[in-house]
Design a protein around this ligand. Structure first.
Ligand code: NAD
Ligand code: LMR
Length: 333
């Protein structure tokens, strides 16, 4: 290990820093779980003015962690300052749907946030910036940010479907009685929404194809897929608020694997800008199986897609196209 003090800190910007996901996320970043034990980090916390005071409290707690890798914490409500020099930008803050709000109102409110943040990323972030959008609707918010930062390569934008991917692994592990670590090549396609398609047709449990390990088509179609699709709602129902620690953990996994690379023989799910692969219209931010190496992702090529999978992927992608058309009509992309 190089002594942390020998390396320049990596600037990581987290928006929504006073919220519940950030409360899990920031401490894991400071502990080195995301960028590794050799990478000192400088955190920039971006919040809306009304939540800056609460962010100051989170920063006090970060200080109290005495994390050896944490070099600095800065709090701001100005996006251009917030993204200044950022190599990793984690866009967690978003406008939640409140009572009486129509879908169009939600898209417009988030549109204002993600157009501004996309522009600020283009203006201020580091040349090597990687962007992860967590705030919902995550895929379409990422689409808006990407389209408002035309100077930043499209391959630097992503949205979080790793939580769905991890949920799918957990369900399969539970069903087969095998450890989560024995499961490889899980895939989530499409939107981070109830239309997502968790696909175990390419997955393995140990050395066995997952479909053979399960050997029950009914469980896959009637239990596995809906359970993963509805897991976010199930958490909200049980906890009274949406998933937070598991979402933070998935965001750590996403950036860690994007930066450090995926394991040989395995892949992960990331929502990234489609290059037209698997019939997903070019330019949509849709979840794909990807491998990562040298800080870049690559969509896994040449997978066989059967009719069942084709219909499920098309359904979720159609929803993404509808969301894109709605934000296009609002002039946001
Ligand atoms: P939260 O309401 O606890 O926190 C959100 C924070 O964002 C608030 O502190 C708010 O002040 C801040 N914020 C709002 N607008 C902002 C802006 N323009 N700039 C900076 N900060 C801003 O919410 P949470 O539980 O932390 O969840 C955050 C988002 O993540 C939600 O949209 C939630 O639906 C989404 N989510 C996504 C996934 C996923 O897998 N993609 C999973 C869980 C939750
Ligand atoms: C989740 O998947 O847990 C969340 O995206 C649910 C939500 O609607 O916030």
């Amino acid at each position: 290990h190089t002594a942390p003090a020998d390396q320049a800190p990596v600037t990581v910007t987290v928006t929504g820093a006073s919220g519940q996901i950030a409360y899990g996320l920031l401490f894991r970043i400071a502990a080195g779980d995301m960028l590794g034990p050799d990478a000192p980090v400088r955190l920039r916390l971006l919040e809306i003015p009304a939540a800056v005071r609460a962010a100051e409290g989170v920063a006090m707690e970060l200080e109290d962690g005495a994390f050896p890798l944490l070099s600095d914490v800065e709090i701001t409500d100005d996006p251009t300052i917030g993204f200044d020099g950022a190599s990793v930008a984690m866009l967690v803050g978003a406008r939640p749907r409140t009572q009486g709000m129509e879908r169009g109102d939600l898209l417009a409110a988030n549109g204002a946030i993600f157009t501004t943040q996309g522009r600020a990323i283009e203006a201020a972030a580091a040349d090597d910036v990687k962007v992860l959008v967590v705030g919902n609707p995550a895929n379409t918010n990422a689409l808006i940010a990407m389209n408002n930062a035309p100077g930043v390569p499209r391959t630097r934008f992503s949205a979080l479907t790793r939580l769905d991917h991890n949920r799918a692994i957990a369900q399969l592990a539970h069903r087969t009685g095998e450890p989560a670590a024995s499961i490889r090549r899980m895939t989530v396609w499409g939107n981070h929404s109830a239309t997502q398609y968790p696909d175990l047709s390419h997955a393995f449990v140990g050395n066995k194809p997952a479909e053979d390990a399960v050997s029950d088509r009914t469980w896959i179609e009637d239990t596995f897929i809906p359970t993963v699709q509805q897991r976010g709602s199930a958490i909200i129902e049980a906890r009274g608020s949406s998933s937070a620690a598991s979402a933070a953990s998935a965001a750590i996994d996403h950036v860690r694997d994007w930066t450090a690379g995926t394991s040989d023989g395995d892949w992960v799910s990331m929502a990234v800008c489609s290059d037209g692969s698997y019939g997903v219209p070019e330019g949509l931010i849709s979840s794909f199986p990807v491998t990562c190496a040298d800080g870049e992702f690559r969509i896994v090529p040449n997978l066989d897609i059967d009719d069942f999978s084709r219909a499920r992927i098309d359904l979720s992608v159609a929803e993404l196209a509808q969301e894109r058309d709605a934000v296009r009509a609002l002039g946001l992309v």
